[in-house]
Ligand binder design. Structure first.
Ligand code: C2E
Ligand code: MG
Ligand code: MG
Ligand code: MG
Length: 291
């Protein structure tokens, strides 16, 4: 048991400090094994075209069920992978897993493009472009149907280097998306210089959209601004039909959220796609106050 390994209290001891340090050390060491032995898996969350109500893409989200500690959130272990020098192994592993899952869907006739998240540190990794090209060498669709999501704050850590990496990825043909937009303090002039095609409005602005006039103002003007710059806009965190309707009125291009679908296991995606087809009438209806 971990508690027995706890060292004697030291000066400026904070309750919980040693426990959380031990947890980190254990996770860092176990993550190494989990990557090597293929214990991580991917879930996929649908992104729908808001105008047509159709499933067009899925976002790959990595999952780790630790044998003793249970579900570990990706935010926690991706941070640890970055700190411990494992992030590139993890990203390469994820790229290959997603390519494999996409092959399975193609085999059962499911036509869907995929989005993959990159870590900020991947933007300074010279081998990144090669790994993307290799993972999707036998991909059955054009590479523009692979989207790579990079957070706004990752772009702004080292904008020069980010720009160089994004340019290389663009030469390969993949689509680039700015994730968590609105949380990262980038200026419009900086964003305009980035070779990105899509902007994802952070879910913190979308979750309470129907009840927060300020969020409505931010989301609506972000959509207009992005369209003015020629970018597609995705809203994440859609949890209600009301939010979906507002985004529909404002001309948001794509939507993602628990109201539409939770992230699902790759084998469940064909079934999820079917149930979304069955909901198309609900999703394409115009909001009551505008009909
Ligand atoms: P993200 O890329 O912004 O992903 C969206 C997160 O919002 C996901 O959480 C998703 O489950 C959650 N979400 C989607 N719709 C809703 C909704 O309607 N309501 C609420 N409350 N949440 C919603 P998740 O899977 O826990 O991932 C968290 C973050 O971890 C991701 O944020 C991304 O930054 C990172 N991440 C996840 N998978 C990967 C990966 O494969 N590679 C890398 N580098 N990062 C990843
Ligand atoms: Mg994302
Ligand atoms: Mg996001
Ligand atoms: Mg996020």
């Amino acid at each position: 048991e971990m508690a027995q390994q706890r060292p004697e209290p030291v000066t400026r001891y904070q309750p919980g400090q040693d426990e959380s340090h031990l947890r980190e050390l254990q996770l860092i060491s176990d993550l190494h094994t989990a990557i090597a032995e293929n214990h991580l898996h991917m879930n996929y969350q649908p992104k729908l075209n808001i105008g047509s109500g159709r499933l067009v893409q899925v976002e790959a989200l990595v999952r780790w069920i630790h044998p003793e500690l249970g579900f570990i959130s990706p935010e926690e272990f991706i941070f640890l992978a970055e700190q411990s020098g494992q992030i590139h192994d993890l990203t390469a592993h994820i790229l290959n897993r997603v390519a494999g899952d996409a092959r399975q869907w193609a085999a059962v006739g499911l036509d869907v493009s995929v989005a993959i998240n990159l870590s900020a540190m991947d933007l300074t990794w010279p081998a990144l472009t090669g790994h993307v090209a290799e993972a999707f060498a036998n991909w059955h669709q054009g590479l523009e149907r692979i989207t790579l999501e990079v957070t706004e704050s990752a772009l702004m850590e080292d904008p020069e280097e980010a720009l160089a990496t994004l340019n290389k990825l663009r030469e390969l043909g993949v689509t680039l998306s700015v994730d968590d937009f609105g949380t990262g303090y980038s200026s419009l002039s900086q964003l305009r210089k980035m070779p990105v095609q899509e902007l994802k409005i952070d879910k913190s602005f979308v979750l309470k959209l129907e009840s927060e006039p300020q969020d409505q103002l931010i989301v609506k003007s972000t959509i207009d601004m992005a369209h003015g710059l020629g970018l597609k806009v995705v809203a994440e965190g859609i949890e209600s039909l009301n939010a979906w309707h507002l985004l529909q009125q404002w001309g948001c291009d794509l939507g993602q959220g628990f109201y539409l679908s939770r992230p699902v296991a790759p084998v469940d995606l064909p079934e999820t796609a079917k149930s979304l087809v069955a909901r198309r009438q609900e999703l394409t209806q115009i909001a009551p106050e505008h009909s």
